[in-house]
Ligand binder design. Structure first.
Ligand SMILES: NC(=O)c1ccc[n+]([C@@H]2O[C@H](COP(=O)([O-])OP(=O)(O)OC[C@H]3O[C@@H](n4cnc5c(N)ncnc54)[C@H](OP(=O)(O)O)[C@@H]3O)[C@@H](O)[C@H]2O)c1
Length: 317
């Protein structure tokens, strides 16, 4: 079969032959892959830099997707960390890590949205005691996951939603998705802290120095230091490490937790799939998806002009 094949970490995959995988347990089936998202997590998998990387090569990237089972069912699936990913004509899925989708579902929409939407959905439902009416800051709201985080927070009943990012044009589009306030990052001043005096939960996609600065600013402007402030580390596009000022942790009821593979178990992730998929297929969320034939994976991988869209590889296009 044909697949996207990575033979050296840090290089784009090539469209090449790859051995057809075989189901090994009663729970596994071979599916025809219809759509597989090119998420940042897939790039770090292909770069060998994700914390789950096994260093094995060659590998077919892709951590999730939509496929058709031999009995004709359409299913969304997530894959374990092996060298056989989703970006192939066919892949093996574990039925226990997949859900059936209604016939007629757009595979590209689901493959584009599940991973980025899951980041905030799971963080709010599994990592903190989030309650409707609570105020949320999305730190790094201009990417695919950040834009969906604004919509997920709104859908889950958030009160005020503050969306912060560095791209002014993309920020301007966020009120239409549910943001009450937008704050441009990196322009100096303390605008973020002033906009977030009563924020309850931070969904942080940035980490690095923007998170350090945001934390200091929020703590400085906290309306009531006795109110809990839950900081959920979800992404790290601005840096893998951050220096946390000790005073921030002493002066307020700041709690920092992470949300991702490990801190949320596979069982917990899977439990959230049906409801999230139902919301996505109902069309509630706006999703920036672009389908690309799998045969064009090498070019698409490095195409900077599509950075704001979620590329979805389609093997049978
Ligand atoms: N833990 C989880 O469960 C989970 C799940 C999904 C995703 N994630 C993580 O979430 C992060 C975002 O994913 P994504 O799908 O949204 O990626 P994406 O669509 O590529 O978006 C990344 C965004 O980050 C912005 N950005 C980069 N550096 C920045 C900086 N220094 N300051 C402000 N903004 C910056 C970019 O903004 P510009 O437009 O300004 O360049 C871009 O819009 C990634 O780290 C990903 O691994 C985590």
């Amino acid at each position: 079969m044909r697949a996207a094949v990575v033979t050296a970490f840090g290089t784009a995959p090539a469209y090449a032959d790859f051995p057809l995988p075989q189901p090994r347990t009663e729970h596994e089936v071979l599916v025809q892959v219809l759509a597989a998202g090119l998420h940042p997590r897939v790039r770090s998998q292909a770069g060998g830099s994700h914390y789950t990387s096994t260093d094995e090569l060659p590998l077919v990237p892709g951590i999730d997707g939509v496929g058709r089972t031999p009995d004709g069912q359409l299913r969304y699936f997530v894959l374990p960390d092996t060298v056989m990913g989703a970006m192939a004509d066919q892949t093996v899925i574990d039925l226990r890590r997949s859900i059936a989708l209604p016939e007629g579902t757009d595979p590209v929409l689901v493959a584009a949205a599940m991973n980025p939407a899951m980041s905030s959905w799971v963080a709010l439902r599994r990592r903190v005691d989030f309650e409707p009416g609570q105020s949320v800051l999305v730190l790094g709201a201009t990417g695919n996951a950040g834009q969906l985080a604004v919509q997920v927070a709104r859908h889950l009943g958030a009160g005020q939603i503050v969306a912060a990012g560095r791209d002014r044009d993309k920020l301007a589009a966020l009120p239409a998705l549910g943001a009450d306030v937008t704050v441009e990052l990196g322009v100096g001043g303390d605008a973020l802290g002033r906009a977030c005096t009563t924020v309850d939960v931070v969904l942080d996609y940035l980490w690095g120095s923007p998170a350090e600065e945001a934390m200091v600013s929020l703590v400085r402007h906290r309306a009531d230091e006795r109110e809990p402030l839950s900081w959920i580390e979800v992404g790290s596009v601005a840096g893998p490490t951050a220096q946390i000022p000790s005073a921030a942790l002493r002066a307020t009821r700041l709690q920092i937790v992470g949300s991702g593979q490990g801190s949320v178990s596979a069982r917990e992730f899977v439990a959230e799939l049906p409801e999230l998929a139902a919301v996505i297929t109902s069309g509630v969320f706006e999703v920036n998806a672009r389908a690309v034939p799998l045969s064009e994976v090498a070019r698409a991988w490095t195409d900077a002009t599509t950075a704001h869209e979620r590329l979805v590889l389609t093997p049978w296009a």
